[in-house]
Design a protein around this ligand. Structure first.
Ligand code: ADP
Length: 189
């Protein structure tokens, strides 16, 4: 019997993507045949990067992942799947509206989410139960590496706005963009 291939969607705000998110992505890639990183477009207060910028930063990171087939960040941003050496495909795109509707449109089998601490569990539990009740989709959780247990995009934005050194917590391309963004904002004020 042919083995079923499993497609997962990893939804989030990713404003910006951190090493914690990347840790979840790397763990997810070992579990699933295909992983779609999905940047939510829903308008929320205090967003620093546009959905396009967030997709672009993630696409640059995906393009750097080891694997036999390489595509440019632009191609990946357009939805080209990057095939990795283990056969897993990872891609990134943005989406509007309900995560469960997007997951159904993509024919995803599961939603992937990351857990940092017990504080995350309560909210994530509610979200997963709601998604299962309304759409019958299961959520798979992975625990982040201990070193990222305290990393959140919100804190990264705050520390970056004050000029703190974040090199251990975010990828270099994200660090550069944050610096550019805050220089621009300072120049404006
Ligand atoms: P959302 O607004 O949907 O929570 P986030 O970008 O904040 O979007 O988070 C997306 C997912 O990544 C969530 O499951 C969140 O718990 C997880 N996550 C965020 N930061 C980390 C981290 N440092 N380690 C592991 N998982 C994380």
């Amino acid at each position: 019997m042919a083995e079923k291939s499993v497609r997962a969607v990893f939804p989030g705000s990713f404003d910006p993507i951190t090493n914690g998110h990347l840790d979840v992505i790397n763990r997810g890639m070992k579990l699933f045949d295909e992983l779609i990183i999905a940047v939510g477009r829903s308008p929320v207060k205090n967003q620093l990067f546009t959905p396009e910028e967030r997709v672009e930063m993630i696409a640059e990171l995906v393009a750097d992942m080891p694997g036999p087939v390489r595509h440019s960040a632009g191609e990946i941003a357009k939805g080209v799947i990057h095939k990795l050496s283990n056969g897993a495909g990872v891609s990134v795109e943005s989406f509007d509206g309900l995560t469960v509707e997007y997951a159904a449109k993509k024919k995803a089998d599961v939603i992937l989410r990351g857990l940092r601490s017990l504080t995350d569990v309560q909210y994530e539990f509610q979200l997963a139960m709601t998604n299962r009740a309304v759409a019958g989709i299961e959520t798979v959780f992975v625990m982040t590496g201990e070193q990222y247990g305290f990393t959140s995009s919100t804190l990264i934005r705050q520390v970056a706005s004050l000029g703190g050194n974040l090199s251990n917590l975010i990828p270099k391309n994200v660090h550069n963009r944050l610096q550019q963004r805050f220089h621009k904002l300072k120049d404006r004020n």
